[in-house]
Design a protein around this ligand. Structure first.
Ligand code: HEC
Length: 194
């Protein structure tokens, strides 16, 4: 091991001397390695056939979406049939009780969210329209899109429950919002929100 004296450069600028303190070998090799990697990486990924991470992610997503096209929501007739399925009312009630009560109240009378029991609706009143608004939400107005969070079955069940709430009498109804719903009140149906 050379002494500290030995490792001084033998020049002297106005009394200032420089100590020869080379970087460790492994560090230098790593540094050279990054230069070599960059020479390969930049032309290949930025100008050549390689895909940058965001492009690769997008390609993966496109492929995934191609293989899994969104399943369309059931239409009015399908929903009417689903409403008759056994267990549907109970399931809808349960999902409503855990996911919706904070904004619509347990009996649908409304709090932050609109009253679901009256003869007014902002987004229309049919099984199909309600299923769509539950699935897609109205994020700008505070209604959560439930499609990405709940199974399709739960979305349908809870939408049918919300649909069936119209015409029931809540404890403290919120003032009507939206437009009057044309047509008669619903018959009591198998979603059984009565
Ligand atoms: C964080 C609060 C919040 C939660 C939780 C919530 N909602 Fe809403 N909901 C709203 C708001 C606010 C609106 C009004 C949106 C608007 O003004 O366009 C709304 C609107 C609706 C509408 C349309 C009403 C109309 O008048 O057209 C339905 C149906 C509905 N919600 C059902 C549900 C169901 C079912 C759930 C549970 C799965 C749920 N909501 C959970 C806040 C909420």
């Amino acid at each position: 091991m050379s002494s500290v004296e030995d490792r001084r450069f033998d020049y002297d600028y106005d009394g200032i001397q420089e100590y020869d303190n080379p970087l460790p070998r492994w560090w230098v090799y790593l540094f050279i390695g990054t230069i070599i990697a960059a020479v390969v990486y930049i032309p290949y990924f930025h100008f050549g056939p390689g895909q940058l991470p965001t492009a690769a992610w997008q390609a993966d997503m496109d492929e995934w979406n191609r293989l899994h096209p969104p399943v369309p929501l059931p239409d009015e007739a399908e929903l009417a049939a689903l409403a008759q399925q056994s267990g549907m009312p109970e399931r809808g009630r349960q999902v409503f009780a855990t996911r919706c009560v904070s904004c619509h109240a347990i009996d649908g009378g409304g709090q932050v969210g609109p009253n679901l029991t009256d003869d007014y609706a902002i987004h229309g009143w049919s099984r199909e329209l309600i299923t769509r608004v539950v699935n897609d939400g109205v994020p700008s107005k505070g209604m959560i899109p439930w499609g990405p969070q709940l199974s399709r079955e739960d979305v349908v069940a809870v939408a049918l429950h919300a649909y069936a709430l119209r015409g029931t009498t809540p404890l403290s109804p919120k003032a009507p919002q939206g437009d009057p719903i044309g047509g008669p009140k619903p018959e009591a149906d198998a979603t059984g929100a009565h």
